[in-house]
Every structure is written in C-alpha cells, then in structure tokens.
Design a protein around this ligand. Structure first.
Ligand code: KG4
Ligand code: ZN
Length: 344
C-alpha cells in the first residue's frame, strides 16, 4: 500500500511516499526559514503563499524520485491540524483534491500524532506501551501511549512550549530564528552554571511544565549586560541546560508514575544533542530505554504524516475513510487536542 503524505502546518512544506511493504520510498522538504528569518518568527500569510508555490512541485519530485506513477497511489494523508489555519488549508486542499480525483481514501492526520509515531520509522522501533515526550515549537506534552490513537495526557505546559523557550531566548540574545539550533550551537563553547537561571517547577509534584519564568530571567540577565562573546556562550549553555534539566526530570517522573520502561521523544526539540545525551544517561540509570526519531525526522516532515496515514489505514481499513466523491470538502483544525483522537 502506497500512501502519499503532505505536511504544511507551519513553515516547512514536506512531502513523502511511504509503502507498507517497502518503507519510506522518497521524501522531499522545503524549509521556509530564510523567508521568515528577517521577521524573527513565522509570518502566517507568507507561509501559506509559499506552501502554494512549493507543494505541487514537491509532490511531482517525490513521485519521480520513487519511480511511482500518481495512479499507483492507494491513499493521500495530509496534516489536518494543529497549526496555522492558512498553511494547513494548502495541504488539506491539495490532499483532498488528489484523493477526490484519484478516487482513493483521503486521511486528515494530527500533526502531533505524526511526531509521536515518527520513532517507529527507525530501525529499532519502540513497542507499545510507552511514555512520549512531545517537544516542538508549539507543544510540550507528556503522554502515556498504549496504541495508535490511545493517548493519555500526563502533563502539559502551562505557558510557553520548550521550543518557544529556545526561540524567545535566542531572540533576546540577538540570535536568529529558529532559536533552538542557534542556542545549541553557541552553547557548545560556553559553560552552564556560570549564570544561574531558574528551572521552574523542577521539583513540583506535577508533570506540568512552565517556561515563561525562564524567559523573563533571560531577559533580565541580558538587560544587565553581557561582557563578551564568552559570556553570551555561557548564558546560551545555561539556557539549554535549564530547559534540558526540566525535560529530563519530568520525563523520568512520568516513567515512574506510569511504571513504564520505554520513553519516546519526538518533535523539533528532540534534535537537541544535550537533551539526547542527558535523557539517554538518565534512562539508562533508571533501567528504561529511550527512543528518538532519526535526526532528519525530528522537525516537521512529510514522512511522519505518510507513515501515520498508512498505520491508520492498515488498522481501520480503507472503508473507514472517505474517498473520491465522498470527499465533499475538507476541514482543518488549527487547535486540536491529541487526546481527542479516536483509537485506531
Ligand atoms: O516540530 P517542529 O519542527 O515544529 C513544530 O511543530 O513546532 O519544532 C520546531 C522547534 C523550534 O522551536 C526549534 O527552535 C526547535 O524545535 N529546535 C531545537 C533544535 N532543533 C529545533 N531546539 C533545541 N535544539 C535543537 N537542536
Ligand atoms: Zn511539528
């Protein structure tokens, strides 16, 4: 079964072709980072327009790369939400139109389910059940995952997401967008602990997160002045260390609380090297295993959407989804809680 996946929820146009027998056949991605860089964040209208320009050429590129004719597709999956409404509409519009024209099932996928299942695409996939730490630019959540669509929310951020904390801190330090990789890069030459930043709710008896106090502390520290490049690097290292400390402590607490022994980490922030090292060490000490997506699949991409679509199609059967003329239109869900998804 060949499923084409389309991702346009934010600032990446992602397309991929996943085959239930042959695995990932081809994928292509266009990042809009350069387009938004000068504004210091994503400009929604520019994002939508760029998706319109890029999407169809990327679809053609992926099909050509895989040597698959459009008529051979068995289903189309697209990101239905959450994300930017205008950006989501581009992927949903193209995806639903293709499913209509080809008379094949069309499947709207939850973006976070895509992230959450992406480690299953690795060579050493985790088995269910597991605890998932979802860390992206918009979300920071701990979930207990018993199967596809069986998600129990354990903890959530009360304010900023972890990626947002990286992005906002980077902006305060005068670094570009997206901030996570830039802070991580600068942190390599710095030393954590030379500046002291708070780790909000680190020891609180809850699996919820809070990052806005950290951002305020960074703003205060930057306003007091940083002597030189070394001091900036030390602050970057402390920012990264504070965010990672919180994510590690809460993930381990979630494993203890649920008595699970597997942790899956997904979303853009899961690319962070310090997070990977510290979580691996902490899990090893606790007798648990940790799974990360392949580095190329940490950020937004079409592969995770094609894969989630294929899994849902396999579990529910193709009759469970509208196809061809049954597709009377399409919806997007800019806000969409993951726990509200039905089990597969
Ligand atoms: O999952 P993603 O690509 O998009 C959303 O769904 O939000 O996540 C993007 C977020 C951004 O906040 C970015 O700064 C962060 O992931 N990020 C990182 C790293 N790479 C991306 N944060 C820390 N370290 C990284 N290496
Ligand atoms: Zn994402």
């Amino acid at each position: 079964m060949k499923v084409l996946g389309i991702e346009t929820s934010c600032d990446e146009t992602g397309v991929a072709l996943y085959c239930t027998e042959g695995g990932l056949l081809a994928q292509a991605l266009h990042s809009q980072v350069e387009l938004h860089e000068r504004y210091g964040g994503v400009v929604p209208e520019l994002a939508s327009r760029d998706h319109v320009r890029r999407l169809l050429p990327l679809v053609e590129q992926v099909l050509a790369q895989a040597g698959v004719d459009v008529g051979e597709l068995d289903a189309i999956a697209w990101t239905e939400g959450p994300g930017l409404a205008g950006a989501l509409l581009v992927g949903a519009g193209v995806g639903a139109s293709m499913a209509f024209a080809l008379d094949i099932p069309g499947i709207g996928i939850h973006h976070l389910e895509g992230h959450l299942l992406s480690p299953l695409l690795s060579n050493d996939p985790p088995a269910f059940p597991f605890v998932a730490l979802l860390v992206s630019g918009g979300h920071t959540q701990l979930m207990e995952v018993s199967g596809i669509g069986q998600y129990r929310l354990l903890g959530d951020t009360l304010d900023d997401a972890a990626g947002e904390a990286f992005d906002k801190s980077a902006k305060l330090l005068g670094l570009g967008y997206p901030g996570g990789p830039q802070i991580a890069h600068l942190a390599v030459s710095g030393t954590a602990g030379r500046h002291s930043l708070p780790r909000p709710m680190l020891h609180a008896d809850t699996l919820d997160f809070s990052f806005s106090g950290l951002k305020t502390a960074v703003a205060t520290r930057v306003r007091r002045g940083l002597a030189d490049e070394g001091a900036r690097a030390d602050l970057a290292a402390e920012i990264e260390s504070a965010i990672v400390d919180i994510l590690v402590a809460k993930s381990l607490a979630a494993l203890r609380r649920t008595a699970q022994r597997r942790l899956v980490v997904a979303g853009g922030v899961s690319a962070n090297r310090r997070l990977r090292e510290q979580l691996s060490a902490a899990c090893a000490e606790a007798g648990a295993r940790v799974h990360f997506p392949e580095p190329a699949l940490c950020s937004d991409n079409g592969a995770m959407i094609a894969f989630a679509g294929a899994l849902r199609l396999q579990q529910a059967g193709s009759d469970a989804f509208p196809r061809g003329r049954e597709i009377g239109g399409f919806v997007v869900q800019p806000r969409w809680p993951l726990e509200s998804l039905p089990p597969a």
